[in-house]
Design a binder for this molecule. Structure first.
Ligand code: SAM
Length: 464
């Protein structure tokens, strides 16, 4: 990993050179096309060995640091921030008016600003202003004056998942995060309620984001339906990206060790996409996927179902509000992926304390979320950037946060307080000297999320 304190221009440039060579050679040796901005080039960096992944991280970290040092302290605060704001503004325009699908995708083809504007009912001069802003970051290009064509990135805006992600940033995150300070001033700093986030001001709702999405029934409320669909697609896509790949679910916990006939409850599992690798890892277990009613309807609808046909007999879908007592008692595992980071401590506690009374003494809770580095500079810069941005996204959405290992341990200890005796009521000693705690944390290679195995441990167990 690049030394977090390295500031020498030449040393950073040397890192760029050596890692760039390593990556170029790897691509050539494995018959992968070189990375390019051309529309016909690879849309995603190809799968690579851990060494090449590390080289990519170092290259990005060194190049970004060089860029910042060459810009100077003033530009970080002025021009860089200025560019970011208007890049987002241009993305919003591009998404709102469906520009990507109106630009021809056939190799080498292009369209004039005038024709594009006429097709979409836009002003040609404003259209050109917006697209030229994005061309600086390799999104669209002008192959000749007055003509627009795709780059690899702009073409990807037509991809169902990348497009949904970009639209969510442009149409939801960008305008909502601009209300963050107003939310803090209107409702108070450090508020725990999930319906007092910046997104509540932007969506103009008193409901927590997920409940707001649920209100989108019928034509009466099409905007919340549209936002729910977008968010749902975003979540499904995220689970397919290398850093959040569903495959990590199988790598971070030994699902095969669960007993025959054991049950895994995927609490708030959306349409069940993350439970698929669990069921595949152990043919002898059953899976219960729980979520809010409209999500469950999507999960069981053949048009939107994501669970492969051969696994379906082992799947049950259930509407369940996770603030209420967990209806499945004695499951082998209660799996909570990307749930608790959506909530402040007091709400995350409510969710966990609704699970604990249903646990058997040997049940586990497996939490899959980020385990934040306890300070800055411990992970590669691009990873740190992703984790910190996600942390703020959680604040914006639901007044929530990502947690480090100590914060997780503290939360779990409180989640078990007063409930242990009930779980161990049929056992000798009634669970005296036990607490809910972390048994293990495993971070699969290439994943930003870890699997935190939680169970009943002796009071003096571990000291993370
Ligand atoms: C961030 S998504 C995570 C989904 C899934 N676990 C995953 O890893 O992709 C949060 C999920 O929580 C669900 N949810 C929100 N509030 C809920 C509630 N009160 N009870 C049950 N599920 C809820 C949402 O519908 C959504 O599917």
């Amino acid at each position: 990993m690049l030394d977090p304190k390295e500031e020498d221009l030449v040393k950073l440039a040397e890192t760029c050179l050596s890692t760039a060579q390593q990556i170029k050679e790897y691509l050539a040796a494995n018959n992968h096309a070189p990375m390019t901005f051309d529309a016909d080039g690879p849309a995603f960096f190809p799968p690579a060995t851990p060494e090449i992944q590390h080289a990519r991280l170092d290259l990005r970290a060194a190049a970004m640091r060089l860029y910042d040092l060459a810009s100077g302290p003033d530009e970080i605060l002025t021009w860089h921030a200025y560019h970011c704001a208007h890049d987002l503004n241009a993305f919003r325009y591009v998404q709102r008016y469906n520009i990507p699908s109106a630009v021809p995708t056939a190799g080498g083809s292009s369209i004039s600003y005038t024709d594009l504007a006429r097709t979409l009912g836009l002003d040609p001069s404003q259209l050109r202003q917006m697209l030229r802003q994005l061309m600086a970051i390799h999104v669209f290009r002008e192959p000749s004056p007055g003509m627009v064509s795709h780059t690899a990135s702009s073409r990807l805006l037509t991809h169902w998942g990348v497009g949904a992600f970009n639209t969510f940033i442009a149409e939801d995150t960008f305008p909502a995060v601009a209300r963050q300070i107003e939310a803090l001033e209107q409702w108070g700093h450090g508020r725990p309620e999930p319906n007092r986030g910046a997104v509540n001001l932007f969506y103009d709702t008193d409901l927590p984001m997920y409940e707001y999405y649920e209100t989108g029934a019928g034509a009466a409320d099409t905007i919340s339906s549209l936002r729910r669909e977008r968010f749902s697609r975003l979540m499904t896509y995220m689970a397919s990206t290398p850093i959040m790949a569903n495959a990590h679910v199988a790598r971070g916990f030994d699902w095969a060790s669960l007993p025959k006939g054991g049950v895994v409850v995927d609490v708030a599992g959306n349409v069940g996409h993350s439970a698929v690798p669990i069921a595949q890892a152990n043919p002898d277990i059953r899976v219960v996927v729980q979520d809010l009613p409209k999500i469950v309807a999507r999960a069981v609808d053949p048009a939107t179902s994501v669970v492969p046909q051969d696994l379906l007999p082992r799947f049950t879908f259930m509407s369940h509000d996770f603030y209420t007592l967990q209806p499945v008692a004695g499951a082998a595992v209660y799996f909570l992926r990307m749930i608790l980071h959506d909530y402040s401590d007091s709400y995350a506690l409510k969710i966990l304390r609704a699970v604990v009374p249903s646990m058997a003494p040997d049940s586990r809770i497996v939490i899959m979320d980020q385990v934040m580095p306890p300070t800055v500079g411990l992970v590669p810069d691009p990873v740190e950037r992703m984790m910190r941005t996600t942390d703020l996204q959680m604040m914006m959405l639901t007044n929530a946060k990502e947690r480090d290992a100590t914060e997780w341990e503290e939360l779990l200890r409180k989640a078990g307080d007063g409930l242990i005796e009930g779980v161990f009521q049929h056992e000798e000693g009634h669970g005296q000297g036990k607490r809910l705690g972390i048994k293990n944390i495993k971070t699969p290679v290439g994943s930003t999320m870890s699997l935190i195995e939680v169970g009943f441990v002796d009071e003096d167990f571990g000291n993370r």
